[in-house]
Design a protein around this ligand. Sequence first.
Ligand code: NIG
Ligand code: FE
Length: 413
Amino acid sequence: MTENGLNYSADTLVINASRLLTLEPCGTSSSDSLGIIINGAVAIKEGLILETGTTQEIRKKYSSCPEIIDAGNSLVMPGFVDCHTHLIFGGNRASEMEMRLEGKNYLDILKSGGGIHSTVRATRNSSPEELYKLGMERLSLMAKNGTTTVEIKSGYGLNRETELKMLQVAARLGQDHPLDIVKTYLGAHTFPHDLSRDEYLKWLSGGVLKTFKKEAEFFDIFCEEGAFSFEETRRLLETAKNTGFKLKAHVGQFNDLGAAGLASSMGAVSVDHLENISNGDLDLMADSGTVAVLLPGVPFFLQSPLYPHAKRFIDKGIPVALATDFNPGSCPSYSMQMMITLGVLNCGMTVDNAVMGATLNAAKAISREEKAGSLKPGKKADLIILEIKSPEEIPYYFGTNLVKKTIKGGRVI
Ligand code: NIG
Ligand code: FE
């Protein structure tokens, strides 16, 4: 019982955070976009956030709480939301990295039958069990690096059987692994070699989308030279929208085909990559509320000098998110911490922009802002404890994993 006779119950407390980043600013200070509580604590009940406050307040209010996790004067923040990954695939493409070091570029390798096509072959040849096992291992590595929610795309099947296999493996991962999974159908990743362009377009826009709608929440497409054109993207997004999918698109990675504005005007939840985008398309994004997902690990790994420029979006009021784009060709990294470093060093983000981009804005990019991305009462108790004291140390100590503990739904995993 408390002094006023009320019985507050929490089943777990996380206490002694040097700084608690709630991502829920409460005051009027615009300098506190991360909602920082010094010497903070979190009360958790049945896997959900009950309340945040100072350690003194929370300890006093929930003095009979059975489980205490002591953060030991380290930084505590929401778990990372990795809102763009190609987590499920067979094989790897380490040999392509060597080809690129010898001067070949990513799109040339794709055009000559390698790249995505090589992963399509390996994924078609992998059993569901093999893909499941790889998926479990990869998710655990992500969890170790502080990620608590992951979007997973299909796109290495390019036929009914293997696309379904990938999405069904993703569903099993969601059931069996503690991390939360969001599924995206990316049949429009590129054109398969065993059908003509017209045949594949016809197949994609036929009744098969209804089948995939049962397996995935989002529809995604790669609009790029060597993949889908502006007009093909327009038609497929329209069909997907009419089938009931939420929309995403890979746009402007190497060339600006104008699809950022197109997808945004059609109500896309996010458009992703965005190294190349016109001012006109920025305005269309600003009007639509579409999230800009930046993937700075890609230009880093492909040794491109051209990074997406966050300030262009932020100045227009467009929410900017960060993701790994974890995939075997353009970014085999599990680390959202590394993306924060690259966001700050190469995309013109402030530390606050990057932390917001890896948490709350990333949750928006997969329609999970009601459940994840900040420490708001009622949201999932997804938290990480880092071996540092303040947020600017996340990008500073780059290339090492600073996560001491990952707490998913109130439990240390
Ligand atoms: O987001 N750009 C297209 N798709 C992925 C890469 C896929 C691959 O290379 O296997 C991306 O970068
Ligand atoms: Fe991608």
